[in-house]
Each structure stands twice: as structure tokens, then as C-alpha cells.
Design a protein around this ligand. Structure first.
Ligand code: PMT
Length: 399
């Protein structure tokens, strides 16, 4: 899919993430998109107009009052030229100005004058992002129909850890494609329920048994299913991800909680995908008080958790098309096919989680999809891309 014939105005405001804009423009140009760059004065402290001109192949605009620029393309004409104006990074300052309708520089003027879609990629310190004023302004922008892409979570340039990182250039390119190139929606009218993330099985008030699932694969599937037109319910174990837009999320902790929610939603779903890494066992008794150290060894008695996906696949009425995942470290095909059969699934997505950089808690994965009579290998790529392929493969199997 490319962006041929699409026109994006990239508005760069003054944050450290501005340095990623050169990469963003290169990725957009690779997709044959026409890009014009507008910068605020403060953005020029973080990346030079010359760099942005070199990567975009177009002069960079930065002033509302430049007679030469106005003679070449007046700002109203400029605002009409765009199919999308993306402000990235969008600082708390530019967000506040947008929310108030202030137009005191070229970017904010274009934003008021454009009939095009507008999206912002917020980027700022986590405390500034969490501030009620910023949250209030973002809510105003969302109400005005402006798309808000991110921010992401993680380590920040200032050393803080939290929410406020600008989404990566590749993510922003994908969002531009979704915004500008309408996808086919083979799941329109369908309901999809997806489990994601780990479960936590309590031992006492402060300890639990769990695993390294980050939820990225399951959240990617939820996002892809929304893109394909579905109504999506996500049943999520404890993860650090934000809900993809348009997805209804139920937060759970334990396998038993996940099972209750899954059985409630499965009967109203057309498709059920079990991507969660569910603990197979839980403590037979959860101690009411913190367990005290007692000698050199201790024995925990565990009991089996319900097999959620097997219960869904065995529903005698309103059974959804049921897709499992198999996380294996050896004999992947054999174990995956065994789970497909024993759990009575329609399809299973197997991943070899012994491979460095794939599987649990990484951005990438590789999958083999198995049906009773067929299989497809999907080589290593981002979980978001894989998720889209998996959802399309499922959609192709529905009547
Ligand atoms: O979350 P990420 O960091 O992005 O990592 C993604 C992933 C590796 C967790 C994901 O791709 C994956 O493989 N998920 C399934 C992990 C797993 O628990 O596999 P399993 O082979 O143990 O279970 C097989 C299937 O049964 C799965 O669909 C699982 O959701 C389901 N199951 C397992 C046990 C149980 N009690 N109930 C279940 O429903």
C-alpha cells in the first residue's frame, strides 16, 4: 500500500523528538507521498530547515509574514493543498494553542484554515502530558475531530520514564496510511473478542505468579480488527499499553477473571482470539497475609486454571470462530497442531518464543498459522504488521 497522490503538511513544533522528523519524511517519501514541511521557530533549535528541505525535496515554510513564500503559495492555498496536516512532535504549547483556536504562527494558522484531516503526535515530558491542562486540551482537540496519535510510553530524553514519547516514524507512517487510504473492511458488522497480556495468579497480598507477556501482540490484533471494521472487545491482563482507539477493554488480573469475561463475551462474538499468556496453574490457597520466610525450602500447592480457549471452542451454542496462539520453545509445529486438535480450535498461530528478539515482550514476532488442512508461515516482522495479516487470514475463513 502506498501514499501516491497523497499530500501531507508536516508541522514540526519545538520538542526534542523533532530530530525524528527527518526519518518520518523519508519514510513518507518512500511511500510516494508529497510532503511539505512547516516549522515553528523553536523547532529549528532541534532540527534545521536545511535538513528538512533536503529530505522533503521542498522548501521549508516557517513564516506567516514572508512575502516570497506567500507569493509562491499563500497560506490559505497551502491549507487547502493538504489531504492531512500532521503536527509531529506536538508540544504541550502547540496543543494548548490549538485547543484555544490561537493562530499566531504559520502552523496554527494553517490548522484553522484547512479543510483537511488534522492529526497530532504529542511529545513531551510525562509530567507535562499528565497535567490536567494538557489532558483538558487534548480532550478538546479530540472533540473537535482531531486525531491524536500516541504518545508512547518509555524512557524520555530528560531521563523520566512514562507516557509522552512521540510515536516512532514507522508507526506514524502507518497511521497516515490508515487516515488517508481507506482499507477494505471485511469484518464490518462482526464482533471480535481478543484476550491479551499475562495473567497474575496471587500467592499472597504482595506476590503473584506471572510471565513476560507484554500484550503487544494481542493489542496489535485488536487494532487490526478495528481497522478491518469489527467491533472489538479486548480482555487484557495487566500490561503497560494504552487501549487502541475504538476498542472496548476489560481489565482483568487472574485466569479465572479472564475466563469469566471471555465466556460472557464469546457468546456474542463472531470471532474469539486467545492471545493471552494464561497461567496454567494458580495457588490452591491465596494467603490472606504476606507469607513469612520459613526455612530453606517451601512448597506451593498449585491447582489447574480453567482452559479458557478450550471452553470457548466447546460452546454448544453461539460458538465463535476460535483462534488460539501457541507459544513454544521446541517442536513448535507438533505442539501447535496438538493444541489445535485437543482444544478443538479452528486455527492456531504458533510462535517460537525461544528466538531472540521475537515472541514475548518484543515489538517483533514470526508466526505459523495452522488450520486442520493448511498452514502459512509469516516471517519475522512487526507485531502490528503480523496482526493485520492474521486478522485478514481469519476474515478470509468466515462465510
Ligand atoms: O504479549 P506479547 O509480549 O506481545 O507476546 C505475545 C505472546 C508470545 C504471548 C503471544 O504471541 C502468544 O503466543 N500467546 C499465547 C501464549 C500461551 O500461553 O500459549 P500456550 O501455548 O500456553 O496456550 C495455548 C492457547 O491456550 C493460547 O491461545 C492461550 O491463550 C490459551 N490458554 C492457555 C491456558 C489457559 N489456561 N487458558 C487458555 O485459554
Amino acid at each position: 500500500m502506498n501514499l501516491s497522490g497523497k499530500r501531507i503538511v508536516l508541522g514540526i513544533s519545538g520538542g526534542i523528538a523533532a530530530y525524528k522528523c527527518a526519518e518520518l519524511v523519508r519514510r513518507l517519501k518512500e511511500r510516494q507521498c508529497e510532503v511539505k514541511v512547516v516549522m515553528t521557530d523553536s523547532a529549528k533549535h532541534f532540527i534545521t530547515p536545511l535538513t528538512m528541505q533536503a529530505v522533503s525535496g521542498e522548501p521549508v515554510s516557517d513564516s506567516l509574514l514572508d512575502p516570497n513564500a506567500e507569493a509562491a503559495m499563500g497560506h490559505i492555498e497551502f491549507a487547502k493543498w493538504a489531504d492531512l496536516i500532521l503536527v509531529a512532535p506536538a508540544t504541550s504549547n502547540v496543543i494548548a494553542k490549538m485547543a484555544a483556536g490561537i493562530a499566531d504562527d504559520l502552523i496554527t494558522t494553517l490548522l484553522l484554515a484547512t479543510p483537511a484531516k488534522v492529526a497530532i503526535a504529542p511529545a513531551m515530558n510525562q509530567q507535562m502530558y499528565a497535567h490536567p491542562a494538557t489532558q483538558r486540551n487534548l480532550a478538546t482537540l479530540a472533540r473537535d475531530g482531531i486525531e491524536i496519535w500516541g504518545p508512547g510510553q518509555g524512557e524520555q530524553a530528560c531521563g523520566d520514564i512514562g507516557k509522552g514519547r512521540m510515536l516512532e516514524p514507522n508507526d506514524l507512517v502507518e497511521r497516515c496510511m490508515t487516515a488517508l487510504v481507506p482499507e477494505e473492511q471485511p469484518l464490518k458488522g462482526k464482533v471480535v473478542t481478543i484476550t491479551a497480556g499475562p495473567t497474575r495468579e496471587a500467592l499472597d497480598p504482595v506476590r503473584y505468579i506471572s510471565n513476560h507477556s507484554s500484550g503487544k501482540m494481542g493489542y496489535g490484533l485488536a487494532e487490526a480488527a478495528v481497522k478491518m471494521g469489527a467491533t472489538v472487545h479486548l480482555i487484557s491482563g495487566p500490561v503497560k499499553l494504552s487501549a487502541p482507539s475504538g476498542v472496548c477493554v476489560s481489565h482483568v488480573n487472574s485466569a479465572v477473571e479472564m475466563c469469566d469475561e471471555a465466556l460472557r463475551l464469546a457468546i456474542v462474538s463472531d470471532i474469539f482470539i486467545g492471545c493471552a499468556a494464561v497461567a496454567d496453574y494458580r495457588a490452591a490457597d491465596v494467603a490472606a497475609q504476606k507469607i513469612k520466610k520459613q526455612g530453606d525450602e517451601m512448597t506451593l500447592t498449585l491447582v489447574k486454571n480453567p482452559d479458557i480457549i478450550a471452553q470457548v471452542a466447546s460452546l454448544s451454542q453461539n460458538r465463535p470462530y476460535t483462534v488460539g496462539f501457541a507459544a513454544e520453545t521446541q517442536d513448535v509445529e507438533q505442539y501447535a497442531k496438538g493444541k489445535l486438535k485437543n482444544k478443538k480450535l479452528d486455527m492456531i498461530c504458533a510462535n517460537d518464543v525461544s528466538q531472540e528478539g521475537l515472541g514475548f515482550n518484543s515489538d517483533n514476532n514470526a508466526l505459523t498459522l495452522f488450520w486442520q488442512d493448511n498452514q502459512i508461515s509469516l516471517p519475522a516482522s512487526s507485531k502490528r504488521e503480523l496482526a493485520l495479516t492474521v486478522i485478514k487470514a481469519i476474515a478470509s475463513k468466515l462465510d
